[in-house]
Write a new protein. Sequence first.
Length: 267
Amino acid sequence: PDDQVMDPVIEGETPFLETTTVTITCATEGAEIRYTLNGQDPTAESTLYEEPFTLTESATVKAIAIKNGNSSAIATKVFEALPRVATIAEYLVFDDNDVFVFTGDAVVTYQNGSNTWIKDETGYALIYASGQPEYSNGDVIPAGWCGKKTTYNNVPEIINPTGLTVAIETGEATPVVKTVAEITAGDVNAYYQINDIALSSNSNNFNIVDGNNELVGYNKFDIAMPEDVEDKTFNVVGVITIYNNKPEFYIISYEEILQPVVLNRRS
């Protein structure tokens, strides 16, 4: 009909990172567009749309087109601002598949292929994705990147990251010294050093023996392990993962602790 007013079309990115630009159009020539941002239905007294506008927070945009006293149906689009988290502890409480923006600085503890382990003052995390920038121990990943939380084999991971940029500064990434008895499944993705231990094997699968306590180890990163471990003592550095619901140690490096030589003196 000649008096029909076409429905407005609301366009803009959602969910969005930081900001999104909203554009509203109507195919009916000469129709004015009125809109709201609070989810209420717009009327002829609502805000007049004149040009694209920017959202920085989540909003429900509703729009109506009006011409010669005739109105279109109401168009609706929900714009979702990605939640911002400043710490790893905040990220860890998310549900799987939640997407977020990380607004804090994270320090790299170790990177190998698609795996990048990070830390801050509140905890540890693992970023899993191909095509990441190359990072070294101590590199600070600048804030403002986006990721999705998931859990793989009981290990929380950050996947599908966007906005990761090269490090612009270096921070502190020293492993925390722990004993085998102190390590639990709650330490997943932690960057630890265990001192004065024995190794039960030099293969990819081995046990880290600390007195009467043992921790399963795995040479995930193909470290050149010592050929002979019998009667030797080591310090080992690595990250904690979960296997069969128990903590496991991915070794990054080791150091053999040389025992002092005792010389027999003649009387």
